[in-house]
Design a protein around this ligand. Sequence first.
Ligand code: HEC
Length: 272
Amino acid sequence: MKVIKKLKITAILFLLFIFSSTILAETAVEGGDDLGSLIKIMVALTAFLVAIIMWLILVYSEKSEAAEASGFSKFMSMINSRPPIDEEQNLLLDHDYDGIKELNNKIPPWFMAIFYGSILWAAVYMVNFHILGSGNVQEDEYAEAVQIASMEREILNRSGALVNEETVTILDNAAALASGKDTYVKNCAACHGMNGEGLVGPNFTDDYWIHGNKVNDLFKTIKYGVPQKGMISWQAQLDPTQMQEVASYILTLRGTNPANQKAPEGELYKYE
Ligand code: HEC
């Protein structure tokens, strides 16, 4: 009977061990680039801990002549491994504090299981996070934080909190100007000409401006439009950054002297 029980438990332990080590191996191969791998490791380690606890139960249950009680009370007596009450006199330490006596009980298995379990946990944790580096939870957290921050930035940008007609500045980096040109060709060239020479809308290559020559002026005209004159408001279709880029692009067109220029409109602005 006892042998069968022992075999059973050993078999379970073996299965648990195989199970957890395959999960660990899988995790190491994958490189663990998501939180899923962390969960797998947790599951594996939990299985390990369960295995250890069962092993301790096995060891202690063989040592102690626990009464053949069943179920929960048996389990409790296994993990506590308390000696029977009539053996207490053997455990008495020979000191007496005002009638309070002390028993030399051994540390209960559940406590030792947690103790050794946490050592094992620490070892696996250390290998996984510091040596193999396969559990990169921190990097995942970082990536998530960056994503959230960029979403917040996007919201702020769209709301005009970052770039508006008061704060807008001229962008002069190639990427921004290329993006501005793209926006221009798609949305503005039909009225202002492919090269800014002017068509329905005014010429952007001369020194004359109807609404001002500063980037703030252009931004404001683009954002709110001049609906009664045929220049629509673009704020519903372009975000503030796009308006900033296209305004910056338009300002680079001055003096390019394209063919078929429209006659100047507005006032002459002085440029040094
Ligand atoms: C349907 C035609 C049309 C389209 C499309 C159009 N505009 Fe205009 N735009 C005009 C007209 C007409 C004016 C002149 C408004 C006025 O007389 O006040 C103008 C004026 C402007 C001005 C002010 C020029 C000045 O002299 O002060 C800017 C800047 C401008 N548009 C930028 C753009 C941008 C950028 C786009 C594309 C995103 C665009 N426009 C698309 C017709 C258009």
